[in-house]
Each structure stands twice: as C-alpha cells, then as structure tokens.
Design a protein around this ligand. Structure first.
Ligand SMILES: *Cc1c(COP(=O)(O)O)cnc(C)c1O
Length: 424
C-alpha cells in the first residue's frame, strides 16, 4: 500500500485520517507518510523509504527509536500483567528518579501532558483559592477547555475560545500575556482584578516548543518568579517537552529558577503514554485521597509506562546532554552560516537536544514575531527535506529534536539534504 492509499483509507475511518491534527500535514499542504517501523535515528514508511527522524515522536524518544533496553523493560513488564488498578513499586521508583533532579517533593502520574497541565491548574486554583489563570500567547499546554483561548487584543476584556465546542464560561477566567514581556503579565493581572477574577495561577512553557522553538529570556523568567511571589500566584512550569530534553534538569536547571509546580510528559514515559505533575508536599497534600482536589485515572502509573520511564533514566546521564547539545548546535551553526553566506532569511537556535529555525532575519521572541515567518517557504523546504530523506515536523510552529543515536554520519546526512532542499 502507498502512503497516499493509506491516508485515503484512514480518512474514511478516522476523523481527518489522524489521531492528532498536526500529523495530517495540512499546514505544509501535503499528505502524511505512514510509519511502518522505526529504529534508532530513523523511521521507515510503508513504502519502504527511510528517513532520518527529527520528530522523535515530538520529544519522547531521547535515545532514538526502539532502544533495546527500553524495549526489553516493556516486554519484561508486560509478562507480569499490563495494568492492575493497584499501586506498584515501579511508581515510587520512577517518582524518586524525577524528584531527585527537579525542585519538587511529590509527584502524581497521569497518562498525558494534557492531563498533567489540566490537573495541575485545578490543584493550583485550589491552593491559591483564586480562579484567574494566565497563559502565554503561543504556548501550548494540551487541549483542556480553559487552555484553548485566542488572545484578544490588548484592550479586549475577555478572551474567546480558539476551538469551537469550548464554552465561553470555560475560558472566562483565562487571560493571555505576551511571551518574554513582563509588563503584559502585569497588565493582565490588573485586567483580571477589574473583572473580579484575581489571578491565582500562571502557566508557562519556560522553553517554548509549540510556537516553534522559542526559549524564554532569563531576566523575564526571573521577573515572573518575583511577580508571582509578590502576588502569591502559583507559578507552573510546563516542562512536558523541555523536561529531560533541554537539559537533565530541564528549564529549572538552565534558568536556575524554582517554580511552584512542574508538569512532565514525553521523555519521562520513554515513548509510552505518560504525564505527571509535581510540587511541594504542601501543595500536593491537597489532592484526594488526603485533600479535596479530585483527580484519578484507571491506567495512571501504568506498569509498562513506568518501566519504560525507569529504563530511560537508568541509562540517561547528565553527560548525555553535552553530546545532544553539541549535535543540535552543529546543525544550527551550519544552518545559520549557510543562510548568511547565501543571503537566505533563516535563523536557527538550540538548547540541549531541542532546536528550531524560522524563515526570518532575526530570531523571534514571541508568537507575534514567530508568525511573521514565511510559512510557504517552510512548506516547500519541508517537502524537499522529506524527498531527501529527512523527517521534520510538518509545521513551522513545531520544535525539532536530536536523539542520542545521531552521530557524525547523521549530521552529514542532514547537511547534505539541507543544501539540496534550501536552494530549490
Ligand atoms: C506535548 C505537550 C503537552 C501535551 O502533552 P500530550 O501528551 O500531547 O497531551 C503539553 N505541554 C507541552 C509543553 C507539550 O509540549
């Protein structure tokens, strides 16, 4: 079967042919490749074509695909049953591995990043006893109702839902600020106050990966931390993507800032469905069964997912992030130099194993700036890269990832393909 036929069939059976919208390749005006299998740095489609993969399942596969140790751990766990609805030692083992590294005392595992942020916000609202929520324009925290908002203009009193089916009431307490702009946060706090909805929670991707790759400025995050302390606002770092990706200790380590709560996902599940949220004991004790905040899950703390996470952390070393960062930096340096030499509007940047590039002269600092990037150019470039055996996420607003199975040979492959794709 060809990719084209597979997509046609899938579109009959599954809404839009995909189980997550970006996979449909709509924003690059083309059609998806269907994956047959993957190993290390490569994915193979159902037509037998091989691609060097910079999607890495949108982050989870830090060792690359089908790592032998992780695969074996899943297999061994499955032999003992796949789900019990009762606690296991695996949950405590994985919890301690994460708590050792991040500035948190307790954790709760869920099944996706969406669940993690949704539950974290519920808990943060209970702790602050305030309903008002600030998120940043262009940051993505999964698809819970209150997070699906279109930023109104500076003068707009209330934001509107960005998805149909979300009630106006669900986003009534959600305010959006501009990334890397502390004044816009202060404005929103005041605006909320006028609307009798005090801000109790601020959620941010400290290293944004869902408006393309845009890291926060250190000073901005420091100011944000200070503001949250002054206003007694619970600051949530959504490290679903950046956790164990940008650095071993994620953005908390890179910026040396302690948020009040942290959300995890992606890497901590070693490629299986996992999310988690974490905070001090003081905050976490508000959760049921001790406290009054309800949150539950039939498959939460699933033994296969926990085993995949544990196997990941048994192998993963702090040192690995130097290796990953060196590979990502070499790719970015190469793109920046090539663009400069050839008068192409393109700039690239990385932190650790995350990297991004925009068809712009200057690297953007927020969503409005990112939106100026030439999406048609990206669509053409993406198509050419795919033809040359490189799998990039099919949108200019996604981040690219390197994995530990990318070495000299893969760097060379990327560069060769880039040179061909960029000039056509
Ligand atoms: C991927 C992602 C999510 C959502 O996680 P899912 O597992 O897809 O629900 C939330 N926040 C950030 C920063 C993400 O990158």
């Amino acid at each position: 079967m060809t990719n084209k036929q597979a997509f046609k069939e899938a579109q009959e059976l599954i809404a839009g042919g995909v189980n997550s919208p970006v996979r449909a390749f709509k924003s690059v005006g083309s059609e998806p490749i269907f994956i047959q299998k993957a190993k290390d740095a490569y994915v193979y489609d159902i037509e037998g074509k091989k691609y060097l993969d910079f999607v890495q399942s949108y982050g989870p596969c830090i060792f690359g695909h089908a790592d032998n140790d992780i695969t074996n751990a899943i297999y061994e766990a499955a032999k003992n049953g796949t789900s019990y609805g009762a606690p296991t030692l695996l949950e405590s083992e994985l919890a301690s591995m994460i708590i050792d590294i991040y500035p948190i005392e307790q954790i709760r595992f869920v099944n996706s990043g969406t669940e993690a942020t949704m539950s974290a916000i519920r808990l943060a609202r209970a702790f602050s006893k305030r309903d008002g929520l600030i998120k940043f324009d262009g940051c993505y925290h999964g698809h819970a109702d209150m997070l699906l908002v279109n930023a109104g203009s500076g003068l707009a009193t209330f934001n509107t839902p960005s998805s149909s089916g979300v009630s106006k009431n669900a986003v009534k307490d959600t305010y959006t600020a501009v990334y890397n702009d502390i004044n816009s946060v202060k404005e929103q706090i005041n605006l909320a106050r006028k609307n009798n909805s005090d801000i109790g929670v601020i959620i941010i991707e400290p290293i944004a990966g869902n408006m393309g790759f845009i890291p926060a400025k250190k000073e901005f995050l420091q100011d944000l931390r200070k503001l949250c302390d002054e206003e007694k606002i619970v600051l949530i770092f959504d490290e679903v993507m950046s956790g164990f990706r940008a650095a071993y200790g994620g953005a908390c380590e890179i910026y040396d800032i302690k948020p009040d709560m942290i959300c995890f996902g992606k890497v901590i599940g070693g490629g299986l469905p996992v999310g988690a949220y974490a905070a001090s004991k003081e905050i976490m004790q508000l959760l049921s069964p001790i406290g009054s905040v309800y949150q539950a899950g039939t498959l939460s703390g699933n033994p296969l997912a926990m085993s995949a996470g544990i196997a990941t952390f048994k192998k993963l070393k702090k040192q690995d992030y130097k290796t990953l960062a060196a590979v990502a930096k070499e790719l970015c340096d190469f793109m920046n130099e090539y663009a400069k030499e050839n008068n192409i509007s393109l700039c690239a940047k990385n932190i650790g194993s995350m990297f991004g590039f925009f068809f712009l002269d200057e690297y953007p600092n927020n969503y409005d700036e990112a939106k100026k990037s030439d999406t048609n150019k990206f669509a053409r470039f993406h198509k050419k890269m795919l033809e040359n055996g490189i799998n990039l996420a099919p949108s200019t607003y996604e981040t690219a990832f390197v994995c530990l199975s990318m070495k000299e040979e893969q760097i060379k492959e990327f560069k060769e393909a880039f040179k061909k794709a960029i000039c056509e």
